[in-house]
Ligand binder design. Structure first.
Ligand SMILES: [Cu+2]
Length: 118
């Protein structure tokens, strides 16, 4: 019984750590180029903030060789990009509306946010 409780408790701790303590790296972008490293299940940075009307060049550098990381999809922008391993791949975006533009891999294990502010 104690063992079961301990397992339950460690699961809770793990979940708390995963969702609340693992701080997303946020980056306010004033320059027009952002390099995003794709590795270990996260985009770094995974939160990018830009201003409306700002065109930004995102350069994805995929280090994770697993097929999970091979694509990045900007659903709201209708864009999808293949990411070769260790080869910087760039995409230019200029969202026309404010809001949160999510980008993710096919299985949505990797998730990032491009926030467009006024
Ligand atoms: Cu994936």
């Amino acid at each position: 019984m104690l063992i079961v409780n301990l397992i339950g408790l460690s699961l809770v701790v793990l979940i708390i750590w995963w969702f609340w303590l693992k701080k997303p790296q946020s980056l306010k972008v004033s320059s027009n180029t952002v390099e995003i490293i794709v590795d270990n299940g996260v985009y770094s940075p995974s939160n990018i903030e830009i201003k409306l009307g700002q065109a930004v060049k995102l350069i994805f550098l995929r280090k994770d060789p697993s097929p999970c990381a091979e694509k990045v999809i900007f659903e709201k922008l209708g864009l999808s990009l293949d990411l070769p391993v260790n080869k910087p791949t760039e995409i230019r975006v200029k969202p026309e509306e404010t809001g949160d533009y999510v980008f993710n891999c096919q299985m949505k294990m990797y998730v990032g946010h491009l926030k467009v502010n006024n």
